[in-house]
Design a protein. Structure first.
Length: 86
């Protein structure tokens, strides 16, 4: 196995999970300053080729809709994994 978590052509589950979590976090912190986020929990599971992304975000109210941001972050996570697996 190489250092990047890829064995042969398919990435391992840990790489898939980390890719999804990183993508979700990138979206959230592109919309909120870190100081505006009181609590963030990104839970990603990848079992039997099924990806599940759950995001809890507690952030200051303002111009940005937290629910929309979490939906966008989950979509970005899925898209990043799609790109990784294709």
């Amino acid at each position: 196995m190489s250092d990047d978590g890829v064995t042969g052509d398919a990435p391992d589950d840990e790489t898939v999970v980390q890719t999804a979590a990183d993508a979700a976090e990138d979206v959230i912190f592109s919309r909120y300053d870190r100081s505006a986020v009181s609590d963030l929990d990104i839970t990603v599971t990848f079992e039997d080729e099924m990806l599940e992304v759950d995001i809890y975000l507690d952030a200051e109210e303002g111009r940005t809709d937290a629910e929309q941001v979490t939906e966008d972050a989950a979509l970005a996570a899925r898209s990043a994994v799609d790109d990784l697996l294709l």
